[in-house]
Design a protein around this ligand. Structure first.
Ligand SMILES: Cc1ncc(COP(=O)(O)O)c(C=O)c1O
Length: 410
Protein backbone atom coordinates (compact mmCIF):
# COMPACT_ATOMS: atom_id res chain seq x y z
CA UNK A 1 0.00 0.00 0.00
CA UNK A 2 1.04 3.51 -0.68
CA UNK A 3 4.25 2.88 -2.55
CA UNK A 4 5.33 5.39 -5.12
CA UNK A 5 7.61 3.92 -7.72
CA UNK A 6 9.83 6.22 -9.63
CA UNK A 7 12.48 5.18 -12.10
CA UNK A 8 16.03 5.56 -10.83
CA UNK A 9 17.01 7.01 -14.20
CA UNK A 10 14.85 9.96 -15.24
CA UNK A 11 12.55 8.24 -17.64
CA UNK A 12 8.99 9.43 -17.02
CA UNK A 13 7.46 6.68 -19.05
CA UNK A 14 8.35 3.92 -16.58
CA UNK A 15 7.15 5.67 -13.42
CA UNK A 16 4.23 3.97 -11.71
CA UNK A 17 2.22 5.54 -8.98
CA UNK A 18 -0.08 3.52 -6.78
CA UNK A 19 -2.44 5.16 -4.32
CA UNK A 20 -5.25 5.10 -6.86
CA UNK A 21 -3.32 7.31 -9.26
CA UNK A 22 -3.07 5.87 -12.75
CA UNK A 23 0.36 5.79 -14.18
CA UNK A 24 0.67 8.05 -17.17
CA UNK A 25 3.32 10.02 -18.93
CA UNK A 26 1.69 13.23 -17.81
CA UNK A 27 1.49 12.64 -14.08
CA UNK A 28 4.69 10.67 -13.85
CA UNK A 29 6.59 13.69 -15.11
CA UNK A 30 5.23 15.66 -12.18
CA UNK A 31 6.29 13.10 -9.64
CA UNK A 32 9.74 12.84 -11.16
CA UNK A 33 10.52 16.23 -9.72
CA UNK A 34 10.38 14.90 -6.18
CA UNK A 35 13.54 13.26 -4.88
CA UNK A 36 11.75 10.73 -2.70
CA UNK A 37 13.33 7.54 -1.44
CA UNK A 38 11.34 4.98 -3.37
CA UNK A 39 10.97 1.43 -4.49
CA UNK A 40 13.18 1.05 -7.49
CA UNK A 41 11.86 -0.58 -10.68
CA UNK A 42 14.60 -3.19 -10.54
CA UNK A 43 12.97 -4.45 -7.38
CA UNK A 44 15.43 -2.93 -4.92
CA UNK A 45 13.40 -1.77 -1.95
CA UNK A 46 13.95 1.84 -1.06
CA UNK A 47 10.79 2.66 0.86
CA UNK A 48 9.31 6.11 1.17
CA UNK A 49 9.55 7.34 4.73
CA UNK A 50 7.19 9.97 6.09
CA UNK A 51 9.95 12.42 6.90
CA UNK A 52 10.93 12.61 3.23
CA UNK A 53 7.85 14.82 2.79
CA UNK A 54 8.90 17.29 5.49
CA UNK A 55 10.36 20.64 4.46
CA UNK A 56 14.14 20.54 4.79
CA UNK A 57 14.52 23.48 7.13
CA UNK A 58 12.09 21.91 9.60
CA UNK A 59 14.23 18.81 9.92
CA UNK A 60 16.79 20.96 11.71
CA UNK A 61 14.23 22.57 14.02
CA UNK A 62 14.55 21.90 17.75
CA UNK A 63 11.10 21.52 19.30
CA UNK A 64 9.78 24.33 21.52
CA UNK A 65 10.16 23.41 25.19
CA UNK A 66 6.74 23.95 26.69
CA UNK A 67 5.98 23.51 30.39
CA UNK A 68 4.50 20.21 31.54
CA UNK A 69 0.69 20.05 31.71
CA UNK A 70 -0.63 20.27 35.26
CA UNK A 71 -1.92 16.66 35.33
CA UNK A 72 1.36 15.22 34.00
CA UNK A 73 3.31 17.25 36.53
CA UNK A 74 1.00 16.11 39.28
CA UNK A 75 1.59 12.43 38.44
CA UNK A 76 5.33 12.93 38.12
CA UNK A 77 5.62 14.70 41.46
CA UNK A 78 3.09 12.46 43.17
CA UNK A 79 1.13 15.50 44.36
CA UNK A 80 -2.41 16.67 43.72
CA UNK A 81 -2.55 19.58 41.23
CA UNK A 82 -3.93 21.86 43.96
CA UNK A 83 -0.87 21.08 46.10
CA UNK A 84 1.55 22.27 43.42
CA UNK A 85 2.70 25.87 43.60
CA UNK A 86 3.13 26.88 40.01
CA UNK A 87 5.54 29.75 39.65
CA UNK A 88 7.10 28.66 36.35
CA UNK A 89 4.96 30.06 33.54
CA UNK A 90 3.87 33.57 34.58
CA UNK A 91 0.24 32.54 34.78
CA UNK A 92 -2.19 34.61 36.81
CA UNK A 93 -2.99 32.53 39.91
CA UNK A 94 -6.18 34.49 40.64
CA UNK A 95 -7.81 33.28 37.44
CA UNK A 96 -10.52 35.20 35.61
CA UNK A 97 -13.40 37.16 37.19
CA UNK A 98 -16.47 35.05 38.14
CA UNK A 99 -18.40 36.41 35.14
CA UNK A 100 -16.19 34.26 32.90
CA UNK A 101 -17.26 30.93 34.35
CA UNK A 102 -20.90 32.05 34.35
CA UNK A 103 -20.65 33.03 30.70
CA UNK A 104 -18.93 29.78 29.74
CA UNK A 105 -21.59 27.77 31.58
CA UNK A 106 -24.29 29.64 29.69
CA UNK A 107 -22.82 29.07 26.20
CA UNK A 108 -25.79 28.56 23.90
CA UNK A 109 -24.31 27.82 20.50
CA UNK A 110 -21.07 25.90 20.92
CA UNK A 111 -21.99 23.85 17.87
CA UNK A 112 -21.89 26.90 15.59
CA UNK A 113 -18.56 28.19 14.26
CA UNK A 114 -17.30 31.37 15.89
CA UNK A 115 -17.36 34.83 14.33
CA UNK A 116 -14.26 34.93 12.08
CA UNK A 117 -13.94 38.65 12.84
CA UNK A 118 -14.42 38.33 16.63
CA UNK A 119 -16.65 41.43 16.36
CA UNK A 120 -17.96 41.39 19.94
CA UNK A 121 -14.51 40.98 21.39
CA UNK A 122 -12.96 43.65 19.16
CA UNK A 123 -15.70 46.10 20.10
CA UNK A 124 -15.03 45.39 23.80
CA UNK A 125 -11.29 45.78 23.21
CA UNK A 126 -11.87 49.09 21.44
CA UNK A 127 -13.67 50.33 24.54
CA UNK A 128 -10.97 48.91 26.81
CA UNK A 129 -8.05 50.37 24.86
CA UNK A 130 -9.53 53.51 23.34
CA UNK A 131 -8.34 52.37 19.90
CA UNK A 132 -10.89 51.88 17.14
CA UNK A 133 -11.67 48.20 16.46
CA UNK A 134 -10.52 48.55 12.83
CA UNK A 135 -6.96 48.50 14.14
CA UNK A 136 -7.50 45.38 16.26
CA UNK A 137 -7.28 41.71 15.38
CA UNK A 138 -7.71 38.86 17.89
CA UNK A 139 -5.93 35.53 17.89
CA UNK A 140 -5.49 32.20 19.61
CA UNK A 141 -3.12 33.77 22.11
CA UNK A 142 -0.45 36.31 21.27
CA UNK A 143 1.53 33.25 20.17
CA UNK A 144 -0.70 32.76 17.15
CA UNK A 145 -0.29 36.40 16.16
CA UNK A 146 3.51 36.18 16.31
CA UNK A 147 3.38 33.29 13.85
CA UNK A 148 0.73 34.99 11.70
CA UNK A 149 2.82 38.15 11.41
CA UNK A 150 5.83 36.12 10.34
CA UNK A 151 3.78 34.20 7.79
CA UNK A 152 2.60 37.48 6.29
CA UNK A 153 5.94 39.29 6.35
CA UNK A 154 8.77 36.82 5.90
CA UNK A 155 9.92 34.98 2.83
CA UNK A 156 12.23 32.02 3.45
CA UNK A 157 15.72 33.43 3.95
CA UNK A 158 14.50 36.81 5.24
CA UNK A 159 16.01 38.01 8.49
CA UNK A 160 14.58 39.06 11.83
CA UNK A 161 16.31 40.74 14.76
CA UNK A 162 15.92 39.10 18.15
CA UNK A 163 17.29 40.61 21.38
CA UNK A 164 18.02 37.78 23.82
CA UNK A 165 17.49 36.97 26.55
CA UNK A 166 13.84 37.28 25.62
CA UNK A 167 10.71 35.28 24.85
CA UNK A 168 11.94 32.32 22.80
CA UNK A 169 8.86 32.04 20.57
CA UNK A 170 10.23 34.73 18.22
CA UNK A 171 13.27 32.63 17.44
CA UNK A 172 11.22 29.44 17.26
CA UNK A 173 8.58 30.86 14.88
CA UNK A 174 11.28 32.41 12.71
CA UNK A 175 12.82 28.94 12.33
CA UNK A 176 9.42 27.43 11.47
CA UNK A 177 8.94 30.12 8.84
CA UNK A 178 12.39 29.56 7.31
CA UNK A 179 13.72 32.95 8.40
CA UNK A 180 17.19 33.73 9.73
CA UNK A 181 17.61 35.18 13.20
CA UNK A 182 20.16 37.92 13.86
CA UNK A 183 20.75 38.13 17.57
CA UNK A 184 21.58 41.44 19.18
CA UNK A 185 22.04 40.46 22.83
CA UNK A 186 20.83 42.83 25.52
CA UNK A 187 23.41 44.67 27.62
CA UNK A 188 24.30 43.44 31.11
CA UNK A 189 21.44 45.46 32.65
CA UNK A 190 19.09 43.90 30.06
CA UNK A 191 18.55 47.17 28.16
CA UNK A 192 18.61 47.05 24.36
CA UNK A 193 21.91 47.56 22.54
CA UNK A 194 20.53 50.31 20.28
CA UNK A 195 23.78 51.22 18.44
CA UNK A 196 24.21 47.54 17.50
CA UNK A 197 20.57 47.27 16.40
CA UNK A 198 21.05 50.34 14.15
CA UNK A 199 24.22 48.81 12.68
CA UNK A 200 22.60 45.44 12.05
CA UNK A 201 19.56 47.02 10.36
CA UNK A 202 21.86 48.96 8.02
CA UNK A 203 24.14 46.05 7.21
CA UNK A 204 21.83 43.03 7.19
CA UNK A 205 18.54 44.62 6.08
CA UNK A 206 16.35 42.49 8.36
CA UNK A 207 12.60 42.72 7.81
CA UNK A 208 11.43 42.93 11.39
CA UNK A 209 12.50 43.17 14.99
CA UNK A 210 10.75 41.69 18.03
CA UNK A 211 10.83 43.82 21.18
CA UNK A 212 9.26 42.92 24.50
CA UNK A 213 8.21 45.41 27.15
CA UNK A 214 8.25 44.33 29.93
CA UNK A 215 10.77 41.78 28.72
CA UNK A 216 10.44 38.12 29.61
CA UNK A 217 12.50 36.88 31.53
CA UNK A 218 14.02 39.93 33.27
CA UNK A 219 11.05 42.29 33.54
CA UNK A 220 12.78 45.40 32.15
CA UNK A 221 10.88 47.94 30.06
CA UNK A 222 11.69 49.88 26.88
CA UNK A 223 11.44 53.65 27.22
CA UNK A 224 9.91 55.96 24.62
CA UNK A 225 13.25 57.31 23.45
CA UNK A 226 14.65 53.85 22.68
CA UNK A 227 11.46 52.73 20.98
CA UNK A 228 11.28 55.87 18.82
CA UNK A 229 14.89 55.42 17.75
CA UNK A 230 14.12 51.90 16.55
CA UNK A 231 10.86 52.99 14.92
CA UNK A 232 12.88 55.45 12.84
CA UNK A 233 14.71 52.56 11.20
CA UNK A 234 13.41 50.89 8.02
CA UNK A 235 12.17 47.82 9.86
CA UNK A 236 8.84 46.46 11.10
CA UNK A 237 8.76 46.67 14.89
CA UNK A 238 6.66 44.09 16.75
CA UNK A 239 6.27 45.30 20.32
CA UNK A 240 5.09 42.50 22.59
CA UNK A 241 3.19 43.93 25.57
CA UNK A 242 2.04 40.62 27.08
CA UNK A 243 2.86 41.94 30.58
CA UNK A 244 2.20 45.66 30.14
CA UNK A 245 -0.54 45.75 32.83
CA UNK A 246 2.00 45.03 35.57
CA UNK A 247 4.40 47.79 34.48
CA UNK A 248 2.40 50.87 35.46
CA UNK A 249 3.02 52.13 31.91
CA UNK A 250 0.44 52.96 29.30
CA UNK A 251 0.16 50.55 26.38
CA UNK A 252 1.53 51.83 23.08
CA UNK A 253 -1.41 50.34 21.16
CA UNK A 254 -2.50 53.74 19.86
CA UNK A 255 0.98 54.44 18.46
CA UNK A 256 0.05 52.22 15.50
CA UNK A 257 -2.00 55.12 14.13
CA UNK A 258 1.16 57.20 13.80
CA UNK A 259 3.75 54.54 12.97
CA UNK A 260 3.19 52.44 9.87
CA UNK A 261 5.97 50.09 10.98
CA UNK A 262 4.65 49.26 14.46
CA UNK A 263 2.57 46.32 15.68
CA UNK A 264 1.63 45.98 19.37
CA UNK A 265 0.66 42.59 20.81
CA UNK A 266 -1.26 41.91 24.02
CA UNK A 267 -2.94 38.97 25.70
CA UNK A 268 -5.66 37.87 28.11
CA UNK A 269 -3.37 35.15 29.49
CA UNK A 270 -1.74 37.33 32.13
CA UNK A 271 -4.06 40.26 32.76
CA UNK A 272 -7.25 38.19 32.91
CA UNK A 273 -6.09 34.73 33.99
CA UNK A 274 -7.18 33.14 30.70
CA UNK A 275 -3.95 31.42 29.60
CA UNK A 276 -5.80 28.13 29.16
CA UNK A 277 -8.45 29.60 26.88
CA UNK A 278 -5.96 31.19 24.47
CA UNK A 279 -6.95 34.74 23.61
CA UNK A 280 -4.52 37.38 22.42
CA UNK A 281 -4.92 40.52 20.36
CA UNK A 282 -2.89 43.00 18.46
CA UNK A 283 -3.01 46.59 17.26
CA UNK A 284 -1.88 47.02 13.66
CA UNK A 285 -1.56 49.87 11.16
CA UNK A 286 -4.48 49.68 8.72
CA UNK A 287 -2.05 49.13 5.86
CA UNK A 288 -0.88 45.89 7.49
CA UNK A 289 -3.99 44.51 9.20
CA UNK A 290 -5.75 44.02 5.87
CA UNK A 291 -3.30 41.25 4.94
CA UNK A 292 -3.50 39.56 8.32
CA UNK A 293 -7.25 39.30 7.85
CA UNK A 294 -6.67 37.57 4.53
CA UNK A 295 -4.07 35.11 5.86
CA UNK A 296 -5.43 34.15 9.26
CA UNK A 297 -7.33 30.95 9.98
CA UNK A 298 -11.01 31.93 9.75
CA UNK A 299 -12.03 30.49 13.14
CA UNK A 300 -8.89 31.23 15.12
CA UNK A 301 -10.69 32.52 18.22
CA UNK A 302 -13.08 29.88 19.58
CA UNK A 303 -16.59 30.65 20.80
CA UNK A 304 -15.48 29.87 24.36
CA UNK A 305 -12.40 32.09 24.09
CA UNK A 306 -14.37 35.07 22.77
CA UNK A 307 -17.14 34.71 25.35
CA UNK A 308 -14.60 34.39 28.17
CA UNK A 309 -12.57 37.41 27.07
CA UNK A 310 -15.68 39.59 26.70
CA UNK A 311 -16.91 38.52 30.14
CA UNK A 312 -13.50 39.33 31.67
CA UNK A 313 -13.62 42.84 30.23
CA UNK A 314 -17.02 43.36 31.84
CA UNK A 315 -15.36 43.38 35.25
CA UNK A 316 -12.50 45.89 34.99
CA UNK A 317 -12.61 46.37 38.77
CA UNK A 318 -11.62 42.73 39.29
CA UNK A 319 -8.81 42.93 36.72
CA UNK A 320 -7.48 46.05 38.44
CA UNK A 321 -7.64 44.50 41.93
CA UNK A 322 -5.84 41.34 40.80
CA UNK A 323 -3.17 43.39 39.05
CA UNK A 324 -2.65 45.51 42.18
CA UNK A 325 -2.34 42.39 44.35
CA UNK A 326 0.30 40.94 42.03
CA UNK A 327 2.25 44.20 41.84
CA UNK A 328 2.20 44.49 45.62
CA UNK A 329 3.26 40.87 46.01
CA UNK A 330 6.07 41.39 43.50
CA UNK A 331 7.63 43.95 45.84
CA UNK A 332 7.32 41.66 48.87
CA UNK A 333 8.73 38.69 46.92
CA UNK A 334 11.64 40.81 45.63
CA UNK A 335 12.56 41.93 49.16
CA UNK A 336 12.41 38.38 50.45
CA UNK A 337 14.47 36.98 47.56
CA UNK A 338 17.11 39.65 48.21
CA UNK A 339 17.57 38.12 51.64
CA UNK A 340 18.37 34.65 50.22
CA UNK A 341 22.17 34.29 50.32
CA UNK A 342 22.43 32.40 47.02
CA UNK A 343 20.05 34.55 44.91
CA UNK A 344 20.46 37.93 43.25
CA UNK A 345 17.01 39.12 42.12
CA UNK A 346 16.55 41.79 39.44
CA UNK A 347 13.93 44.52 39.84
CA UNK A 348 10.96 43.75 37.59
CA UNK A 349 8.07 45.61 35.98
CA UNK A 350 6.24 42.35 35.36
CA UNK A 351 4.63 39.43 37.19
CA UNK A 352 7.91 37.52 37.54
CA UNK A 353 11.37 38.06 38.98
CA UNK A 354 14.62 36.89 37.41
CA UNK A 355 17.33 35.80 39.85
CA UNK A 356 20.96 34.98 39.31
CA UNK A 357 21.88 31.88 41.30
CA UNK A 358 25.14 32.70 43.11
CA UNK A 359 27.48 31.29 45.75
CA UNK A 360 28.30 28.17 43.74
CA UNK A 361 24.73 26.85 43.84
CA UNK A 362 23.50 25.14 40.70
CA UNK A 363 20.38 26.71 39.13
CA UNK A 364 19.08 23.45 37.65
CA UNK A 365 19.52 21.60 40.94
CA UNK A 366 17.75 24.43 42.74
CA UNK A 367 14.80 24.16 40.37
CA UNK A 368 14.72 20.37 40.79
CA UNK A 369 14.94 20.52 44.59
CA UNK A 370 12.07 23.01 44.71
CA UNK A 371 10.02 20.84 42.33
CA UNK A 372 10.45 17.88 44.69
CA UNK A 373 8.95 20.10 47.39
CA UNK A 374 6.04 20.99 45.10
CA UNK A 375 7.20 24.47 44.04
CA UNK A 376 7.77 24.94 40.32
CA UNK A 377 10.08 27.66 39.02
CA UNK A 378 11.83 28.12 35.67
CA UNK A 379 15.57 27.76 35.23
CA UNK A 380 17.81 29.00 32.41
CA UNK A 381 20.96 27.47 31.10
CA UNK A 382 21.54 28.94 27.67
CA UNK A 383 24.17 31.15 26.10
CA UNK A 384 22.63 34.39 27.33
CA UNK A 385 21.48 33.21 30.75
CA UNK A 386 23.53 30.58 32.49
CA UNK A 387 22.69 29.86 36.08
CA UNK A 388 19.52 31.93 36.39
CA UNK A 389 16.02 31.16 37.61
CA UNK A 390 12.75 33.00 37.05
CA UNK A 391 10.02 33.01 39.67
CA UNK A 392 6.48 34.07 38.78
CA UNK A 393 4.66 36.25 41.28
CA UNK A 394 1.88 34.30 42.95
CA UNK A 395 -0.49 34.84 45.87
CA UNK A 396 1.03 35.75 49.26
CA UNK A 397 0.72 32.14 50.43
CA UNK A 398 2.72 31.01 47.37
CA UNK A 399 5.52 33.40 48.31
CA UNK A 400 5.45 32.06 51.88
CA UNK A 401 5.69 28.45 50.71
CA UNK A 402 8.53 29.28 48.31
CA UNK A 403 10.47 31.07 51.05
CA UNK A 404 10.02 28.15 53.44
CA UNK A 405 11.47 25.79 50.83
CA UNK A 406 14.34 28.16 49.99
CA UNK A 407 15.19 28.37 53.68
CA UNK A 408 15.38 24.57 53.84
CA UNK A 409 17.85 24.61 50.96
CA UNK A 410 20.31 27.04 52.56
C1 LIG B 1 6.51 37.96 26.09
C2 LIG B 1 5.39 37.01 25.84
N1 LIG B 1 4.61 37.19 24.77
C3 LIG B 1 3.59 36.37 24.51
C4 LIG B 1 3.31 35.29 25.33
C5 LIG B 1 2.22 34.34 24.97
O1 LIG B 1 0.99 34.90 25.17
P1 LIG B 1 -0.31 34.03 24.86
O2 LIG B 1 -0.59 33.20 26.06
O3 LIG B 1 -1.37 35.07 24.62
O4 LIG B 1 -0.03 33.23 23.65
C6 LIG B 1 4.09 35.07 26.46
C7 LIG B 1 3.80 33.92 27.33
O5 LIG B 1 4.42 33.61 28.29
C8 LIG B 1 5.18 35.93 26.71
O6 LIG B 1 5.99 35.74 27.75
Amino acid sequence: MGVIRIAASPSPSIATIHHGFRSSKRNSGRFMAASLPTEQVDGTRNRVTGDSFIRLHLKKLSPYQPILPFEVLSTRLGRKPEDIIKLDANENPYGPPPEVLDALGALRFPYVYPDPQSRRLRAALAEDSGLDSDYILAGCGADELIDLIMRCVLDPGDKIVDCPPTFTMYEFDAAVNGALVIKVPRLSDFTLDIPRIVEVVEQEKPKCIFLTSPNNPDGSIINDEALLEILNLPILVVLDEAYIEFSGMKSRMDWVKKHENLIVLRTFSKRAGLAGLRVGYGAFPLSIIEYLWRAKQPYNVSVAAEVAACAALQNPGYLERVKNSLVQERQRLYNLLKGVPFLKPYPSYSNFILCEVTSGKDAKKLKEDLAQMGVMIRHYNNKELKGYVRVSVGKPEHTDALMECLNLLQ
